[in-house]
Write a new protein. Structure first.
Length: 216
């Protein structure tokens, strides 16, 4: 689905000084969808929001601060979505893991501006590390990894953190290449969900979590 034209967006009728921050954040998301995380200025965000060029400085010192807030809110929403999908491993860890992967892709597809800022805007690693949602998101992946490996003999279990990083890397790769609707997706006769599921099955079989003759 092509990014929406920011010119079609206008600030809410209920705009007032009390929700200036929210209006600027929504304007930023629209501009990010159109131009990418680094393709607009704070002045352009103000113009789209229908406020003076000086107004954004009441809440954000510069564009980077605005992007950081978009990322922070995005990580919070991302973490909540992953946690709900994982649902403490119910009904089974494998079924919940499948739901987790689908939730990851759905977020990237449905909130492309937030996702781009969270992972592609060049935020300093220390800035991302200070965002509670980023930590919570990774914690959900670690819970899933630990649950999936619980049936393996203790000496054969991979390090949970390393396994979680592998899962995140695979999921991010699929989301970036396929779920966001780029040109690459059009040439692949499979959905993002099918690609991610098959990649995870291969990965889990390689670890011994799944027998080679069983999918789930």
């Amino acid at each position: 689905m092509p990014p929406s034209d920011p010119r079609s967006w206008r600030r809410p009728r209920s705009y007032h000084h009390g929700n200036l921050k929210e209006v600027l954040l929504e304007a930023a998301r629209k501009l990010i969808e159109q131009h990418g995380p680094v393709g607009f200025s704070l002045t352009e965000a103000a113009r789209l929001a229908g406020v003076s060029p000086a107004a954004p400085y009441r809440h954000f010192r510069d564009r980077d601060a605005l992007l950081a807030e978009v990322a922070r809110i995005g990580f919070d929403r991302f973490a909540a979505r992953l946690d709900a999908a994982w649902n403490n491993g119910v009904p089974t860890p494998l079924a919940a893991f499948d739901a987790l992967g689908r939730a990851y892709l759905a977020f990237a597809r449905e909130e492309p501006a937030s996702y781009a800022v969270m992972f592609e805007a060049g935020l300093a690693a220390e800035d991302a590390a200070r965002m509670p949602g980023a930590t919570q998101s990774f914690d959900v992946l670690q819970k899933a990894a630990a649950a999936l490996c619980r049936g393996l003999p203790e000496k054969e279990r991979p390090p949970v953190r390393l396994m979680s990083l592998h899962i995140w890397a695979i999921s991010h790769g699929v989301a970036t290449l396929f779920a966001q609707g780029g040109e690459q997706a059009k040439a692949v006769p499979m959905s993002a969900e099918e690609i991610l599921e098959s990649a995870m099955l291969i990965y889990l079989r390689g670890l011994g979590v799944l027998p080679h003759d069983k999918g789930r």
